[in-house]
Design a protein around this ligand. Sequence first.
Ligand code: MN
Length: 257
Amino acid sequence: MSTRAPADLPDLSQYGHLAEYRRKRRFDVTPEPLPRLHRQMRGAKALEFVVQKHRAGHLHYDVRLEHEGVMLSWAVPKGPSLDPSVKRLAMETEPHPMDYNQFEGVIPEGEYGGGTVMIWDRGTWWPEVDDVARAYAKGRLKLRLEGKKLKGSWALVRTRGPRQWLMIKHADEHASTEDVTVTKPQSVVSRRTLAGIARAAGASPRQLEQAAAADPPREARAVRTRASRPTSSPTPAITQAARSIRRASAPTRHRSA
Ligand code: MN
C-alpha cells in the first residue's frame, strides 16, 4: 500500500463518509468507481446490499449495506455462514460509494486492494432495529437480507475495538449447514468464476493464479452440495478436517539411532 504525506492530500471534507475510500485509491489507475455520494429520496426505494468476493492480499467477502447514500462495509475473511452456530469475523472497513455495488473486475497490482472482485450476492436489506445509525454506532445491528444466496435474519455485533465485529445468522427458515461459499461460488451478475473474471479483465499471471485458487474445485462443489442435504453422517469436509487434525497431532516418530 502506498503512503502519501498528509501535505499532498486534497481537502477531503466534501467526500464526507467517503473520505477514507477516496484517500486510499488512485482513480487514474484503479477501475473502481469514483467516490460519488449518492443522493436519493429517503424511503423511495428498498435499501441495497451487496457481497463482493475479493481476492486481495487475502481472500475475503466484502459485505456492504446501504445507509444514508453510502455502503457501510465489513470484510468477512471466511464469508457469510448460513449456520447460526457459526460466528464469522467481520472487520469493519471504510464506507464505499453506492456505485461500487456494480463493480466486478480487477484492481491493478500494487493498488489498494489489488486483486479480483466478484459480485457474489446482492439484493435488498431491511433493518430489524428502529435506528440504523444508532445501532451501527452501538455495534449491534439486526437486519434482514433478501439476496440470491443470503436470505433471512442476521446480526452484526461489534466485539472488540472499533472495527472487529461478528456476522451471525439468526435461526430461521433460511438457516442451513450448507457451505454456501462452496456450493454457490459464482457471480450472481455474470455467472463467472473468480478466475473467469480475472481472465476477462486482463489480470496479471499472479492475480489470475490467485483468483483460480480462490474458486472451489468443481468436484468439491458437487460433493459438498450432496453432503449438505440433511444427513446424520459427518460431511466429507468435516471428516477431512478431522483427518488432518489427527495427522497433525500424531506423535512424531523419532529416528532410531
Ligand atoms: Mn475487499
